[in-house]
Write a protein that binds this ligand. Sequence first.
Ligand code: TA6
Length: 300
Amino acid sequence: MTDLASLNERFGIDGELIFAVGHHGAEVAHVTNAWGSAEIALQGAQVLTWAPAGQPAVVWLSPAARFAAGKSLRGGAPVCWPWFGPHPDDPVKPGHGFARNLDWQVVSAERVNEGTRVVLGFTPGAAQQALWPYQAALELAVTVGEALRLELTTRNTGTIPLSITQALHTYFHVGDIASARVEGLDGCEYVDKVEGGAHKRQSGAVTIDGEVDRVYLGCPGEAVIVDDALRRRIRIGKGGSRSYVVWNPWAEKGAKFGDMGNDGYRRMLCVETTNAGDDVVTIASGKSFTLATEYGVESL
Ligand code: TA6
């Protein structure tokens, strides 16, 4: 258990930032300001929710999400690090790395021009050495304003180069998956994980009418979720990334998770800002690398 009273004393901002336990049981930093509100779980530095003022939630959290130590909640923006997906050599190691399952520390919290900025930090310890034999320090800066900005910085504190894959694995809320599409990936090559890793090329917008699990490569630009049901666009900007993952488990796989809620798959769509596939990041000793993404909303 975290000393929430101490966190509120050290980092709380009256009427704007409070540390508490959410309805789902997770200890969170709860941000509320003129632009909207967000929750960030201390476990995994996982943004759980983001709702701009006057808008339905943009970041989706399953209604069935319940906190359990060591397991990220279903939804939000899990931090996948220091590898994305199954471990490349050892399937026994945790999927999407270990950073999302462990407690992070609050580094700073402040009001900035763009909104409320909370920085959390994580340093792999001895327990992680067996999983990943490198030295690094990780920080996630979350800025809650008119936009939501996430900046994940890895600093190589060891003496040898290290390579990572990673993701800001964000679940976006859509009115109904049947009337949502992703624009901006036209012409990009992708690996279709639903069809055995076949390499294909995107033609036009990405529409979803079944399970979709794709790693888009060579696409450094903006993606846009167009949601006809909620009459809005969600713009996804990024830095430090040439790849995206688009994922929806659809009905059967979604039901098997057991934490998606009834028909939860119809209300969510993952468009993940990643360093995945061949988009591997190598960081020299003493150097840092930042994966950044920013979400904005506009009416159709
Ligand atoms: O990003 C898509 C994906 O890799 C899917 O293959 C699926 O495994 C999803 O992540 C969710 O993974 P999780 O471990 O959070 O259930």
